[in-house]
Every structure is written in C-alpha cells, then in structure tokens.
Design a protein. Structure first.
Length: 343
C-alpha cells in the first residue's frame, strides 16, 4: 500500500470542508441563533469538542484541548444542552487547533491501530465495541452533518450554495487495492442511507415541499442526493436501468418539490440495490473503476465522495426539518454497518 489510507485522507478533507462551511456564513448568521437553529458558534464549538474527545478516545498524542474541555464543562453545568452562548471566532480557533491535532495523529499512523478498541471507559459507548477506525469514520460523518447544518444557517443569512462536499483533493488522489480502510468507507456510505432516511421520515411536510423561503425543498435535496447514488452504483456499476424517478432528475433545473410518497418509494428502490452491492465489495473491488460519464474513476474514491455527500445533506435536511417543528434525530446515529466493518 503506497498511498495513505483513504479514510485518513477523507477525515482531513472533511475537517477542511467544515472550516470552508464556517467561512461561508455571512455576518447575519455569525451571531445569535436564527429561529430554532443552533447558533453557528455553538455548532463549531460542538464539532471541535467532539472531534477532540474522539482523538483522545483513539489515544492520540497530546492533552485534551483546554478550550474544548472548558466549553463542555460549561455546557454540561450551566445551561440546557445546545444553548451555551459561544463566540464563533473563539470556537473556530479551537477547531483549528483540534484539526492540527488530527493531522499529527494521522501522519504515519499504522493502519493496524484501526482495529484496536477505542478507549471509551466511563462513557455510554464503553460496551459498543467501537474501534479506533470506527471513531475516525464517525468523525467524518459528524463533521459533514454539521457542515450541512452550517450551510442552512448561511442560506438563511443570504449566502449562496457552498457546494458540499467540496473538492476532497486528498481523497481524490486515488486508492490502493489493499487499502484496509476502504471497506469501512463503503460501510459508512451504507449508514449514510440509513441516516438520511431517518431524517426524511420525520421531516414535516412544509420542510419537504419548500414552504421555507430561500431554502430548497427537502424533497428536492433528497432526490438530488439519491440521483447520484442511483447513477453511480446501480446504473454505472451494476448495469441496472435508471430509476423511474431519479433517472429524470435534472440538476440544472430550478429546485422543485417532489411528492413525498414518490420519494420514499424511490429511496427504497435505489438504496436497497446500492447497499446490497456495496456490502459485497472488498478492497480489491473498491480499487476498480466506475464510469458514470466520460471519465472513469476509482470506485472507492467515488464511494467516499458519495458518503460525505449523503451525510452533508442529512445534516442539511435535519436543520430544514427543525424550522417547521421536526424532531432532532441526533445525527449521526449508531452507524451499525461502519461498526461492523471497522472491527
């Protein structure tokens, strides 16, 4: 294996894209909360603190970040969770320090460490069997869920589309046929389908149909997300016919709502077929190519891109859902496929 494992590169790309999402927020979204949404500073503080905690669980070198430790102490002891007033600039600086810690941890990390149990003593995760590899994959999903949340704040504050998941320049360097992390990334995509469906099923109708000004209808975002999955993993990879709904999606057309029952049926058709196929891939197969257009691309690289695309839209949809009274799904969830693949 000549290249750095793809999961390592994907995590570093995820942290970079999260900062891009921070920088994308215009001034009106950089202060207090907009309606029922979390304030942007709190979101950044939360991601910094959680990422720092997971690095500690994975036995990364260096002490716990002091700003993050103080932030969670105050959050647990002073106010209801999610409401701690957090200055965006302070939180962003802490996030950058944590990102540097992640970079140092991943530089030269022996992939054999990934199957070691994470040090979760004293937490509610202690009996889960989570490994270091699972914690890294979960970090990727968590960063993109909240990057999607920040894009909703940015949109309500007047910004245009950020274009998540971004360039993923490290991830797109390629993939090796013996990469021990590639099957974990494929499992992460399968879990992404589960998480997006959980949010979709609890999103109130106004958020699905576009009743919230300046935001895309939630049903459109789901169809947009699934259209890629069907085109790559069912049509190009398996030679299946395009889905009756998803195959007609035009990404260049103005966003429009779709009947939720039609989206739900297309969701089942597309993700059932894709998930089954993805679950059968090994590292050698993930180093093969897929060609949904003119240019072939490594399957594992595009699986990684799909995974973070799905999680970013899961976070976006969760935030759009909250604007019309939808319940929090505590994204990301347990990520059962990823837990199994990372052992």
């Amino acid at each position: 294996m000549a290249r750095t494992p793809i999961l390592f590169r994907l995590l570093l790309d995820a942290l970079d894209e999260f900062e891009h999402a921070i920088n994308h927020i215009p001034a009106p979204g950089r202060g207090g909360p907009l309606g029922p949404l979390n304030m942007s500073g709190w979101v950044v503080g939360h991601v910094a603190q959680v990422q720092d905690r997971w690095l500690t669980f994975a036995s990364a070198t260096g002490a716990e970040n002091p700003w993050c430790a103080e932030w969670i102490r105050r959050q647990r002891g002073e106010v209801p969770y999610g409401t701690l007033v957090t200055h965006l600039d302070e939180a962003t600086e802490a996030f950058r320090q944590v990102r540097a810690r992640a970079q140092a941890f991943l530089d030269g990390l022996d992939p054999a460490v990934l199957v070691q149990p994470a040090n979760l003593a004293g937490t509610h995760w202690a009996a889960s069997g989570a490994t270091v590899g699972y914690q890294l994959a979960r970090s990727v999903a968590h960063a993109y869920v909240h990057a999607g949340e920040l894009t909703v704040i940015a949109s309500l504050a007047g910004a245009g589309d950020l274009g998540l998941p971004g360039d993923l320049s490290r991830t797109h360097e390629g993939i090796d046929g013996d990469d021990p992390t590639s099957t974990t990334v494929a499992a992460l995509l399968r879990d992404g389908y589960v998480e997006l469906r959980r949010v979709f099923d609890t999103t109130p109708l106004p958020s699905l149909t576009g009743a919230i000004v300046t935001l895309n209808p939630g049903s459109h975002s789901v169809v947009h997300t699934l259209a890629r999955e069907d085109r790559y993993w069912n049509v190009a990879a398996q030679g299946r016919p395009a889905d009756a709904l998803l195959g007609t999606f035009d990404g260049g057309a103005p966003p429009r709502p779709y009947p939720p029952e039609d989206v739900r049926a297309a969701f089942d058709r597309a993700t059932d077929a894709a998930s089954t196929w993805l679950g059968g891939l090994d590292a050698a197969a993930l180093a093969g190519t897929v060609q949904p257009g003119r240019t072939p691309s490594p399957i594992g690289v595009q699986v990684a891109r799909s995974a973070v695309h799905v999680f970013s839209h899961s976070g976006e949809l969760q935030s759009v859902s909250s604007l019309s009274g939808g319940a929090s799904m505590d994204l990301p969830g347990a990520l059962a496929h990823t837990l199994e693949a990372s052992r």
